[in-house]
Design a binder for this molecule. Structure first.
Ligand SMILES: O=P(O)(O)OC[C@H]1O[C@](O)(CO)[C@@H](O)[C@@H]1O
Length: 234
């Protein structure tokens, strides 16, 4: 992968078959790989020690362009569990190339936000928000993320509700998921910088792996209430 000059492990691959429970059309008869997840990357042994010390992981994911049974290719979608303080772990994404639509939905469904993002943009996933990334473009979407390395993602809600509250179809329209009886309208929000915690367009996410604030943000989100209160404001 051109974007990453370090060692690359074998990716985890999600196929149409893995995604059937979260597709708009559960009887979709397409097959084949949709996206590739290169997890726990480090450019050097020193960087790996830093990542371990900070209890964070750096991943790169490549979503192929196109659609599957009428829906743009997207990630399966998941929630994160709570940390010891009882606050769900957050996450931060960066678009490395291509275009992404990051759909974030509050656990109580009172907020649903779609962040369109292009190369350099960062997207914060606040504690408790389920999230799906959609590739609405004609090119592969390559994105990176930093997240705590202390938990596994939870897919139960998205599997039970057949995906997120809204689907994006390959004519560019948004369709409400009929299994969600009460849910907020979708708000489209620009992805913005958060200079107070070092999350800015011109700073690649990888450059933050040694930053204690980012490690604290990912593992102790209870210390950053102001960030979470403000990050989804219009
Ligand atoms: O787990 P899902 O919903 O398939 O999403 C995959 C994404 O989530 C991550 O596991 C990070 O939370 C990435 O490795 C990957 O981009």
């Amino acid at each position: 992968m051109e974007i990453w000059s370090g060692p690359l492990p074998e990716p985890d691959v999600r196929t149409v078959e893995d995604m059937l429970m979260v597709l708009m059309n559960p009887r979709c008869d397409a097959t084949g790989p949709l996206y590739y997840m290169y997890r726990d990357l480090a450019l050097s042994d020193d960087d790996r020690a830093i990542l371990r010390g900070h209890q964070i992981r750096y991943d790169i994911t490549m979503l192929t362009p196109g659609s599957v049974c009428g829906e743009y290719i997207k990630t399966k979608g998941h929630h994160h569990p709570e940390n010891e303080a009882g606050v769900p772990y957050p996450e931060v994404y960066e678009v490395l190339s291509g275009r992404g639509h990051f759909l974030l939905q509050a656990a109580d469904l009172t907020e649903v936000v779609l962040h369109p993002a292009v190369a350099g943009d960062k997207v914060l996933i606040p504690p408790g928000f389920g999230h799906v990334t959609i590739n609405p473009g004609n090119d592969p979407l390559v994105m990176a993320n930093i997240v705590s390395d202390t938990f596994s993602s939870n897919y139960a809600f998205f599997e039970a509700y057949r995906g997120a509250a809204y689907y994006e179809t390959d004519d560019g329209s948004i369709q409400k998921n009929p299994l969600y009886t009460r849910v907020a309208d979708l708000r489209v929000l620009e992805a913005v910088d958060h200079p107070e915690i070092g999350i800015i367009r011109k700073q690649p996410l990888y450059g933050l792996i040694g930053d204690k604030t980012i490690a604290d943000l990912m593992n102790c989100p209870e210390r950053f209430t102001e960030i979470w209160d403000n990050c989804l404001r219009d």
